[in-house]
Design a protein around this ligand. Structure first.
Ligand code: FAD
Length: 317
């Protein structure tokens, strides 16, 4: 079922969902299941599975270092299919521009359609670690909006190089990213919101936000988006702080602000167990306020171990 249908059917009740990252190549899927299992009692109507960019590795060859490109966490579509099959829940594979040609994206979408996957998140992807700015892949897309357009075309039976009867086409429901504190490359929040509006006008059905730690930022973002005529559901993305290093890492990587109270509470922690507890409590308070405000879904970023997401869900669902 489509994410938007799940929201409609919930009739105003806030739903619980989460996002997982595929395991590193060579690891067993059981590890992933072990982290999903404890969250299934909260009835997520859908689970997102991220797609990672390719990375550069240096392989020793005849005394020299040979530069190669590899993908450390492949398997997004396969994981989505196995989760749907095992848990009877909808999955949302993330489709990214970076590292994929338009043809490769088309094949991925065709696979999703055959596998009964009805939702996709359309994203640009970040710059590769050795790049300062995002550089489009040769033959690929430059911005997420182009991906939204490709998916919408596919929904109408328009493939890249052929047009077929729309009767048997996909009907993907499309999610896109939104940034309550603006995307790091955008000159202003208003410019970024206009780009978001373009994605929605191109056919995006819902928005999932970047993590934020101050609900005021989300509420103001939603208000500004509505004022611009963005009327699709805007799902807040929540990430519980899990380690002390997040205090530096999250603002640096995502250009988001952390509230002073949260910084001080984390700073006072003696162990990472204490930090995890602070992160859980902060996310519970954030989630309670968002739920009371009637957000359609509370979507949690679960980067590995899910014990913290379970603790938050227990307090809310
Ligand atoms: P876009 O919407 O293309 O925007 C990128 C930047 O370009 C913005 O600054 C925007 O304002 C600007 N822009 C847009 N259109 C134009 C235009 N026509 N001309 C000029 N400027 C323009 N990354 C991954 O690699 N894998 C994932 O699975 C993944 N999942 C994510 C899930 C969520 C919910 C979020 C919020 C992010 C996720 N990301 C993921 C990160 C995302 O790929 C990065 O934030 C990326 O830098 C931007 O992606 P976007 O889809 O928002 O890009």
């Amino acid at each position: 079922m489509k994410v938007t249908d799940h929201i409609t059917n919930a009739k105003g009740k806030t739903l619980f969902s989460f996002e997982i990252v595929p395991p590193v190549k060579g690891k067993n899927i059981q590890e992933l299941y072990n982290n999903i299992d404890p969250l299934m009692e909260f009835n997520p109507p859908f689970i997102d599975v991220t797609t990672s960019r390719e990375e550069t590795v240096y392989v020793k060859k005849e005394g020299l270092l040979d530069k190669k490109t590899t993908r450390m966490r492949p398997g997004t579509v396969g994981i989505c299919a196995s989760i749907q099959h095992k848990y009877n829940v909808d999955t949302v594979p993330h489709v990214i521009c970076g590292g994929f040609t338009k043809e490769e994206t088309e094949y991925m979408l065709v696979d999703c359609h055959y596998l009964g996957i009805e939702n996709v998140m359309a994203l640009r992807g970040d710059a590769r670690s050795e790049q300062k700015y995002f550089e489009p892949t040769h033959g690929g897309h430059s911005y997420a909006i182009e991906l939204v357009e490709q998916i919408q075309n596919l929904n109408k039976g328009k493939y890249l190089h052929e047009t077929v009867e729309a009767e048997h086409s996909s009907e993907f429901c499309i999610g896109v990213a939104g940034y309550p504190e603006k995307h790091l490359e955008s000159p202003s929040l208003q410019s970024d919101l206009k780009r978001l509006k373009e994605k929605v006008d191109a056919g995006a059905d819902y928005v999932v936000t970047q993590m934020f730690f101050d609900n005021k930022k989300y509420f103001e973002f939603v208000e500004a988006a509505r004022n611009l005529g963005i009327n699709v559901p805007i799902i807040p993305g929540i990430k519980p702080i899990a380690v002390k290093r997040h205090l530096q890492l999250l603002p640096q990587v995502f250009r988001i602000d952390l509230p002073q109270d949260l910084i001080e509470a984390v700073d006072q922690c003696a162990t990472n167990k204490d930090v995890r507890a602070v992160g859980i409590e902060w996310a519970i308070q954030q989630s309670k306020e968002l739920k009371a405000a009637g957000v359609p879904v509370l979507h949690y970023y679960s980067m590995g171990k899910s014990d913290n997401i379970k603790a938050i869900a227990e307090a809310l669902f």
